[in-house]
Design a binder for this molecule. Structure first.
Ligand code: SAM
Length: 240
């Protein structure tokens, strides 16, 4: 089984029409077990010093924000799945020294059940990324964890994530079209379940973030996929 398979390009209009059908795809109860069987191997490898790029980049960018914030650093992770990024952060001594706190959100009740079982001391909530149950500026850093690409209403999700962030927003594993190509929409199979995937235009994302009061601080490349790249972007609140 391949994690991502069978990409079919669709138009933006088709994506909007198909969104109600495909938006719940990741809630499928079959996904957490399949995903976790891959993740547990990656976590063991990381503990033995072999870090995959997404873990390394996540920790580097969270660490960058943490350096500026300091003690009692509060992090929100939207699209947290079974919560494994908190285990990745816990591999770094600075995470514990800062007495940092992690809150994970996912719209899949199955994912959150798994997360609570694996990490009973952390905070996890079932919620839509477009409707977060937190006050404005509640977190120092709010992360979209490779979730935005599946949300046709991504502008609303970006606004919501930015609203909860006092200082930083991170867009982790964002697919960005190369050569400043326009936004592209696809149907693909994720863990054998069809869902929508969006490849973004970097300038458009920067403009939307600017309109929300955030400017780009750091951008890291994770992988090159020919027509698009997977990048992680850290934005800082302007004047924050
Ligand atoms: C590609 S996985 C990423 C998991 C993990 N953050 C990572 O980077 O490996 C996308 C996650 O986002 C969740 N998700 C998808 N749409 C969502 C939505 N509208 N609101 C909240 N979570 C969503 C899925 O259930 C899934 O756990």
């Amino acid at each position: 089984m391949s994690v991502s398979d069978n990409y079919r390009r669709i138009t933006e209009k088709e994506a909007e029409r198909l969104a109600p059908m495909y938006a719940p795809s990741w809630k499928d109860p079959s996904i957490p077990k399949k995903q976790r069987s891959i993740v547990s191997k990656e976590l063991i490898a990381a503990k033995n010093g072999h870090w995959i790029a997404p873990y390394r980049v996540y920790v580097d960018l969270v660490g960058k924000a943490a350096e500026k914030i300091g003690d009692c650093f509060r992090v929100l992770d939207v699209g947290c799945a079974s919560g494994y990024y908190v285990e990745v952060l816990g591999m770094k001594t600075w995470w514990k020294e800062l007495r940092a706190t992690y809150t994970g959100v996912d719209y899949s009740t199955h994912m959150i059940e798994w997360a609570k079982e694996f990490y009973p001391n952390e905070d996890f909530y079932v919620a839509e990324g477009t409707e977060l149950p937190f006050a404005d500026n509640h977190f120092d850093l709010s992360i979209d964890g490779c979730c935005l690409l599946h949300v046709v209403g991504w502008r609303k999700q970006l606004a919501e994530i930015s609203r909860t962030a006092k200082s930083y927003v991170m867009l982790h594993r964002l697919p960005v079209t190369k050569d400043n190509g326009g936004i592209r929409h696809f149907i693909k199979d994720a863990y054998e379940i069809p869902c929508i995937e969006i490849h973004f235009n970097a300038e458009e994302i920067a403009n939307v973030m600017m309109s929300l009061g955030f400017s780009l601080d750091t951008e890291l490349l994770l992988s090159d996929h020919g027509e698009y790249e997977s990048r992680s972007l850290l934005f800082r609140k302007i004047g924050g």
